[in-house]
Write a protein that binds this ligand. Structure first.
Ligand code: SF4
Length: 177
C-alpha cells in the first residue's frame, strides 16, 4: 500500500481542532500504518512539503501570513480540507469583523493594557481587514464542521479519504439530518 502524506495546519484557530485530532488516541497508531504526518504543529518540519495528499486546515485566514501560507498549501496539496468551524465559516475569529483592524488593536493594546499601552510594530502579523473562511481564499475539497469536530468524525473522514472515497459527512455532524 502506498503511504499517504498528511499535513495539519494551524491558521487563526484556538488549536482545539488539533486537540480533537489527538483525541483519536490509539486510532493514531492504526492510521500511522497508512500515512505519514509530514507537516503539522505536532512535528518539527517547518517547510510545507510538495505533493501532500491531504491537508487538514484549522482556523480562519486572518493575516497576510495566513493568506500566503494557505495559497502555498493549496498549490502543494491534492485534498484540502476545511477542518473545524473556524476554517469552514471563520467562526470565532470573525467576531472582530464588525470592527476596524485599528479599533481591534486599540482595544487589545491600549484600552485594556495595564502596562506599557501601545500597538506593537513588530512580531505581530499584519491583519487582513476581515477574518475569512478558507474557501473564500482558495478552493476547498472537503468541509469537516464542528467546534471542534469530534474525534469519531475526524477518524471517519480520514479513513474514507485514505480509501479514495468522498466522506459522507452530512449525517455525522450537527448540520446533518
Ligand atoms: S473550530 Fe472551535 S475548536 Fe476549532 S479552532 Fe475554531 S474555536 Fe477552536
Amino acid at each position: 500500500m502506498i503511504r499517504k502524506k498528511l499535513a495539519t495546519v494551524w491558521l487563526d484557530g484556538c488549536s482545539g481542532c488539533h486537540m480533537s485530532f489527538l483525541d483519536l488516541d490509539e486510532r493514531l497508531i492504526e492510521l500511522s500504518a497508512k500515512l505519514d504526518l509530514v507537516y503539522s504543529p505536532l512535528v518539527d518540519n517547518k517547510e510545507f512539503p510538495n505533493d501532500v495528499d491531504i491537508a487538514l486546515i484549522e482556523g480562519a485566514v486572518s493575516s497576510e501570513e495566513d493568506l500566503n501560507k494557505i495559497r502555498k498549501i493549496r498549490r502543494q496539496t491534492k485534498i484540502l480540507v476545511s477542518f473545524g468551524d473556524c476554517a469552514v465559516t471563520a467562526n470565532v475569529p470573525s467576531m472582530r469583523n464588525p470592527f476596524t483592524v485599528q479599533s481591534v488593536f486599540d482595544r487589545a493594546y491600549r484600552e485594556t493594557a495595564t502596562r506599557e499601552p501601545g500597538t506593537p510594530n513588530q512580531l505581530i502579523p499584519r491583519l487582513l481587514e476581515y477574518a475569512l473562511p478558507v474557501h473564500e481564499v482558495v478552493p476547498v475539497d472537503l468541509y469537516i464542521p464542528g467546534c471542534p469536530p469530534s474525534a469519531d468524525v475526524i477518524y471517519y473522514a480520514l479513513t474514507e479519504m485514505l480509501e479514495g472515497r468522498q466522506p459522507a459527512l452530512s449525517s455525522r455532524t450537527r448540520f446533518g439530518a
